[in-house]
Design a protein around this ligand. Structure first.
Ligand SMILES: [Zn+2]
Ligand SMILES: [Zn+2]
Length: 198
């Protein structure tokens, strides 16, 4: 089974075979760097490309998250602005996997990502994309950073995850609505109840 094989694995012969097959549209192959010059676009012309990237694991809040899919399909829109300039748009949806930040169960949210880059060499530094070296696009690095910038503040197993019971740590998503605890006769609470706010 060749499909899903990453660039890192297998002897060179396998890779050549995979690239050859991909040119025939048979097997998806991961793209780390993409040479925009090979598109031979003239000023004002554009192309839409369907490519595949892999995205490295990342740490968030001290926990490890990954994108289990070895080949994430991405859509890359390339527009040639001038003889040396490019306007780029990258879009994809990445399935992320890791612990829910509320209940610690497995969370697998799908994160939609959209990112734009403009590169206009010769203009100010603001119009230089950090992902373009000449005409070679660092698609791997761009996809990773674009995903990082698209992550929600909290990665959850479901949007309304009920989290853990603050008393016993039970998962409130499965504990049932009747889950609760008798108020503990804690002297500190008695003390608090004596406080009156004017
Ligand atoms: Zn949860
Ligand atoms: Zn409880």
């Amino acid at each position: 089974m060749m499909a899903g094989r990453g660039r890192a694995g297998g002897p060179p012969g396998d890779l050549d075979t995979a690239i050859g097959a991909a040119k025939l549209g048979l097997v998806p192959v991961r793209t780390d760097a993409f040479d925009l010059g090979g598109l031979h676009l003239t000023s004002g012309a554009g192309r839409r490309l369907e490519l595949f990237v892999s995205i490295d694991d990342f740490m968030l809040g001290g926990e490890r998250y990954s994108v289990p899919s070895e080949l994430v399909p991405v859509q890359l829109d390339v527009s040639r602005t001038t003889a040396k300039g490019y306007a780029l748009r990258l879009r994809f949806t990445a399935g992320v996997s890791g612990p829910c930040m509320r209940c610690l169960e497995e969370a697998t949210p799908a994160i939609p990502v959209e990112s734009r880059e403009v590169s206009q060499p010769g203009e100010s530094d603001q119009l230089r994309s950090p992902y373009l070296e000449g005409a070679v696009l660092d698609l791997h690095g761009w996809a990773r950073d674009a995903l990082a910038l698209s992550l929600p503040a909290k990665l959850l197993c479901q949007p309304d995850c009920a989290g853990l019971c603050p008393v016993c740590g039970a998962n409130m998503n499965t504990a049932g609505s009747e889950h609760g605890h008798e108020p503990a006769p804690d002297p500190r609470w008695a003390k608090l109840s004596e406080i009156r706010f004017e």
